[in-house]
Design a protein around this ligand. Structure first.
Ligand code: PLP
Length: 293
């Protein structure tokens, strides 16, 4: 648990405040309060970062996104340096040099206290990673039900914030599976490609790699950001813009990218097969997996 977690909140919401701003809890008997608004209302934000060689990956980008998400929810500004240390301490407590992931949870806190709650936990990932990183996934296009300008017209819908309310994202995955696919790509009602329920979308057109722009109510992907740095270093062009749904058919290759799965190639979109770009997939994943900052 992170006690000193937000600007203006030195006092902890719970009684076990010591000299350290962190309280280590046994995951098997962790005292999450039944009145915590993160649980009772999904009212909070989170981040999931990859971990390698004892360090979180892309942590600056994750912390910046957490601050942006918190601002969209009118949560107190998180103390970034305290969260950074909490992540590092959790990784050290885990004690492994291998691949893992760290989750940062920041909620509006126990109802009635007005004091936010935060905690970090870390888990191990299989060293060889998920099979889909090599073999790919099939996706279906699913309408998100919002226009691409939803973040401007209706900011209270919190599109573009990484909130704890992921029941919709989980339902999207189940719907994809009902339709015989592994995953989904959301589309806007005005006909643009957006993102996956747990990942950003990258498309290849010739020597140019494109991701849907984040001004459309989608998350700024930390993995996509690092992927574009690597692709530029390989001499490719990169860009973020609106991408019409019909453009998927013209793409040479496509990936869903996210912190723990890294770059997963897409092998089918609805009924259309897509070839895996083996060279870029393998090069990109080798780079993403070995990041240690
Ligand atoms: N978009 C959504 C909706 C997500 O949930 C995620 C990650 O979980 C991403 C994009 C990719 O973000 P990142 O690369 O920072 O993991």
């Amino acid at each position: 648990f992170v006690d000193d977690l937000a600007e203006g909140f030195g006092a902890p919401a719970r009684p076990f405040h010591g000299a350290s701003p962190f309280h280590r809890a046994d995951p098997a008997s962790t005292p999450i309060d039944v009145l915590d608004l993160g649980i009772t209302r999904g009212d909070g934000v989170f981040e999931t970062a990859g971990v390698n060689h004892g360090h979180p990956q892309a942590i600056d980008a994750h912390l910046a996104r957490m601050a942006r998400s918190a601002a969209l929810l009118d949560l107190p500004a998180p103390r970034i340096e305290v969260w950074r240390r909490a992540v590092q301490e959790a990784i050290e407590a885990w004690g492994s040099d291998g691949h893992g992931a760290a989750k940062l949870i920041y909620t509006r806190g126990i109802e009635g206290t007005g004091v936010p709650t935060g905690w970090v936990y870390v888990w191990a990932e299989e060293p060889e990673g998920p099979i889909e990183r090599r073999d790919g996934i099939t996706v279906v296009l699913l309408d998100r039900g919002y226009r691409s300008d939803v973040a401007k017209t209706s900011p209270w819908l919190l599109q573009g914030a990484k909130t704890l309310s992921y029941a919709l994202n989980q339902a999207t995955l189940r719907e994809a599976q009902r339709r015989g696919a592994d995953d989904a790509v959301y589309t806007s009602t005005d006909g643009f490609l957006l993102e996956g329920p747990h990942a950003s979308l990258i498309l290849r057109f010739g020597d140019e790699f494109i991701t849907p722009g984040t001004d459309q109510g989608i998350l700024k992907g930390t993995t996509q950001g690092d992927a574009f740095d690597w692709l530029e270093g390989q001499g490719y062009g990169v860009g973020a813009r609106q991408v019409r749904v019909e453009e998927f058919a013209a793409a040479d290759a496509a990936w869903l990218v996210s912190s723990v799965r890294c770059a997963v190639p897409i092998t089918r979109v609805d009924d259309r097969e897509m070839a895996i770009d083996r060279q870029v997939t393998d090069g990109l994943n080798a780079f993403l997996l070995e990041r240690d900052c």
